[in-house]
Design a protein around this ligand. Structure first.
Ligand code: NAP
Length: 320
């Protein structure tokens, strides 16, 4: 008998066909108002699930006692309680590597957009304010030659370091749990304690996973250590930053600006104070959101799922 899969992420026809050849597939559209109710209805009897951006907590997992594998279309696995999955004997897989370069591009887009005030000034032109030459009121700050502080020197951190050192002549400093001699040799990066990095960097870019250790890593005290002209970039997870402390720091111009792809609550509420600030560039969690990379992530997730259901160890097993 074919195994049962629940999909809560749309797949391209070729990938869907691969899954349908191997299993009985139920598709749930979470964008519908009754999406979560449909997911609950689909879970009983499921052997595998594939999707992203849903917290599969114990109450949902209890509905799927036969579940063997969760294939997450993401590299971050903060939506899952891995100890609980271990107890239940469920394999969790993710999609690292294929999104690294695209997410680093997003980080650099935010660095450039905030420093050069791209969004603010593009809107200024659109609103008809460009009537004569520019003055200091429209000037931004340089990116090239500055110091980039990377918090979390993993795959994405290293891809950022490469862009910064090779493309923009920046000094790279980083904070990570373990030293990264290869990154130091390749990009001249230097490792610092977090406090020292915050005090030295012109751009602080967060690329740590969300965990008990990193939740609230950047709070009021850490923001107070940053230079007044420094810019915070967050492409990791919203909860790594104390968002209210950041709003306060931005409102009082304690720091120069922030480029944010991730937020404590997503989607970000339209009335968030962050959206009233002209020194904030906010993007809707687009880190990996290009056609090519989302397709590569989906393919990777399908490979992981099919391997697990066939009794093989998936290439990207997070646990087990
Ligand atoms: P990764 O290769 O695992 O890199 C994460 C790095 O963070 C690791 O090198 C690790 O250091 C470091 N780290 C972990 N805990 C730390 C701590 N408490 N203090 C300091 N450093 C710590 O992961 P990745 O592929 O680069 O992805 C990183 C994160 O980016 C993901 O988990 C996800 O949340 C986020 N992300 C966001 C988007 C988006 O759409 N915005 C897209 C992709 C990924 P050690 O190596 O020293 O242990």
């Amino acid at each position: 008998m074919k195994k049962r899969i629940v999909l809560y992420k749309a797949l391209s026809p070729d990938l869907l066909a691969r899954l349908q050849a191997a299993a009985e597939v139920t598709t749930v559209d979470l964008a519908r108002p009754d999406g979560m109710a449909r997911l609950r209805d689909a879970l009983p009897g499921a052997h595998g699930v594939l999707g992203a951006s849903v917290r599969l907590d114990a109450s949902l997992l209890d509905l799927a006692p036969e579940l063997e594998v969760i294939s997450s279309v993401s590299v971050g696995v903060d939506n899952y309680d891995i100890a609980d999955l271990d107890r239940r004997g469920i394999v969790l897989t993710n999609t690292p590597d294929v999104l690294t370069e695209t997410t680093a591009d997003t980080g650099f887009a935010l660095i450039l957009a905030t420093a050069r005030r791209v969004v603010e000034l593009a809107n200024w032109v659109r609103d008809g304010h460009w009537r004569s030459g520019l003055g200091p009121a429209q000037f931004g700050s340089d990116v090239h030659g500055k110091t980039l502080g990377i918090v979390g020197m993993g795959r994405i951190g290293e891809a950022l370091a490469r862009r910064a050192a090779a493309g923009f002549g920046m000094q790279v400093i980083y904070h990570s749990q373990r030293p990264k001699p290869d990154v130091e040799a390749r990009y001249g990066a230097r490792r610092f304690a977090l406090d020292e990095l915050l005090a030295q960097a012109d751009f602080v870019c967060l690329t740590v996973p969300l965990s008990a250790a990193t939740e609230g890593l950047i709070g009021r005290g850490e923001l107070a250590l940053m230079k007044p002209e420094a810019i915070l970039i967050n492409i990791s997870r919203g909860r790594v930053v104390d968002e209210q402390a950041l709003i306060d720091a931005l409102e009082t111009r304690r720091i120069r600006g922030a480029g944010l792809d991730v937020f404590v609550q997503e989607p970000l509420a339209a009335d968030s104070p962050l959206l009233r600030l002209d020194n904030v560039v906010a993007t809707p969690h687009i880190g990996s959101a290009t056609e090519e990379t989302r397709q590569a992530m989906a393919r990777c997730a399908v490979d992981n799922l099919l391997a697990a259901l066939a009794g093989r160890r998936p290439a990207n097993a997070v646990n087990g």
